[in-house]
Ligand binder design. Structure first.
Ligand SMILES: C[S@@+](CC[C@H](N)C(=O)[O-])C[C@H]1O[C@@H](n2cnc3c(N)ncnc32)[C@H](O)[C@@H]1O
Length: 203
């Protein structure tokens, strides 16, 4: 094992341990308005299927489940702690769910499985954004919506971020270009400079 591989990933990238639990609570509080905005922009049929990448504590999944009691809720997250937390949350609502531990660039679902998908504050951690966006395009049904919520501007300079498009001030434009390359029609929805940038994309 090399010295660098023995260093734990930062909490935002992989919430873990006791500090990860505390980080999860804090993140949920800070991101409340982003979840509300995402839920209001996601147009899911009453019995629709929804996918979230990097769902963290599962608060958005829970909000979607509360609005769509006949829906199906799937997701993938790299953190075993976050997967366990979100599973408990959806089980309390008796929601139909399929939450997996894994990385976003390989989605373990068949093509045309979902009506809508979302990824909030995790684009910067995707090691291969092009493959990930192609995978989202594959699992969405024709006409499906993908909502990408990026970080607020000030956080965009971390050298260690795996996604090279996420380290520049052009992150929003870069994400729009990558979405188009993956076959989406994408537009920016960014009403307020203080909030997280939002991109709505359709297949
Ligand atoms: C900053 S948190 C955001 C959580 C939640 N979306 C929110 O907005 O509150 C980033 C999440 O992405 C997950 N993550 C990081 N890299 C990932 C990857 N390659 N694939 C899937 N999930 C990943 C982390 O485990 C963490 O739960």
């Amino acid at each position: 094992m090399t010295a660098s591989s023995s260093i734990s990933p930062p909490q935002p990238m992989l919430p873990h341990g006791l500090a990860g639990r505390l980080f999860g609570r804090m993140m949920e509080r800070l991101n409340r308005s982003a979840y509300e905005r995402a839920a209001s922009l996601l147009d899911l049929p009453p019995d629709g299927a929804f996918l979230e990448l990097g769902f963290g504590t599962g608060r958005l999944l829970e909000m979607m489940a509360a609005r769509h009691s006949d829906g199906f809720f799937a997701g993938i997250d790299a953190s075993p702690l976050m997967v366990a937390t979100a599973k408990r949350r959806l089980d309390r609502r008796h929601a139909a769910r399929d939450l997996r531990e894994g990385s976003a660039e390989r989605l373990p679902w068949a093509e045309d499985s979902f009506d809508a998908a979302a990824a909030l504050h995790c684009f910067q951690f995707w090691p291969d954004p092009v493959s990930t966006l192609c995978e989202i395009q594959r699992v969405l049904r024709p006409g499906g919506t993908f909502l990408l919520v990026l970080r607020a501007y000030g956080a965009r300079d971390r050298e260690w971020l795996p996604n090279p498009w996420s380290r520049t001030p052009q992150e929003v434009d870069d994400a729009l270009a990558l979405l188009k390359k993956a076959g989406f029609e994408a537009r920016r929805e960014w009403p307020d400079a203080r909030t997280s940038p939002v991109i709505v994309a359709t297949v």
